[in-house]
Design a protein. Structure first.
Length: 243
């Protein structure tokens, strides 16, 4: 293992925080415009999370904490800690879900949790934003139990042109500081931070359009896992356990 690997980005976590604070007031309404596609991340996550009876889940980054709803529906006894870097989004989550547990993050490189505190990790569309992704994954490894399972999603590098076109036409909340990652980069990061990859799956080949067409595209990408077609899915899922 090469401990000198470096995937650091040019922005700071504070820059990321500032972006999400700035768009917090429109976050939910913009996502609701593409809600079926947006919520796919939660449905897919629950399929792979395999929640135990004593589930203690870290949901990072939690945004409006909608993942909490899906976890509690799958296992009402689960304890979910929603960790978020944006105070603005935490306020949105508090209004929508006043009974959730939230923790404010100062940054992604030093997480405010004990060693081995969680046996399940949810990290949806976060890795591409963090300033120091290697340190972030190491921290997730530190705060998880030996038998922990992590479900992580992020857009692939191929999504950048589509993102720019969509944003130019429809606006939305934007992504702020980010670098969409090729799957080989994500897998290298796992290898260097103690995460064993169990499954890599490309999803959401067609994020907008008629529902029947989107479903047909999803059936196609399901059949094409392990090929370049799967790499075109705008939401790449990775399921990991600790080495």
């Amino acid at each position: 293992m090469n401990n000198n690997i470096n995937f650091s980005n040019s922005w700071s976590d504070n820059d990321v925080e500032a972006h999400w604070d700035n768009v917090a007031h429109i976050y939910v309404q913009e996502n609701n415009k593409v809600k079926e596609t947006h919520d796919q991340r939660f449905r897919e996550t629950i399929q792979h999370l395999r929640l135990p009876d004593d589930a203690r889940v870290l949901n990072i980054t939690s945004r409006d904490a909608e993942a909490d709803d899906y976890v509690k529906l799958a296992n009402p006894k689960a304890v979910v800690v929603n960790a978020e870097i944006s105070a603005g989004l935490m306020q949105v989550a508090e209004k929508l879900r006043p009974n959730i547990q939230q923790v404010k993050l100062a940054n992604y490189s030093v997480l405010p949790f004990y060693d081995g505190e969680f046996n399940r990790i949810i990290s949806l569309e976060t890795l591409e934003h963090v300033s120091e992704p290697i340190q972030f994954l190491r921290e997730l490894h530190r705060v998880s139990t030996p038998d922990a399972r992590m479900v992580l999603s992020c857009p692939p590098a191929t999504s950048e042109p589509a993102y720019r076109i969509y944003t130019a036409i429809f606006g939305g909340h934007g992504e702020g500081p980010h670098r969409f990652l090729h799957s080989r980069e994500v897998k290298a990061m796992f290898e260097h931070t103690g995460w064993k990859l169990l499954l890599h799956k490309g999803t959401v080949l067609l994020p907008v359009g008629p529902r029947n067409l989107k479903m047909a595209a999803e059936r196609l990408i399901e059949k094409m896992q392990g090929t370049f077609i799967a790499e075109l899915g705008i939401r790449q899922f990775y399921v990991c356990e600790k080495y």
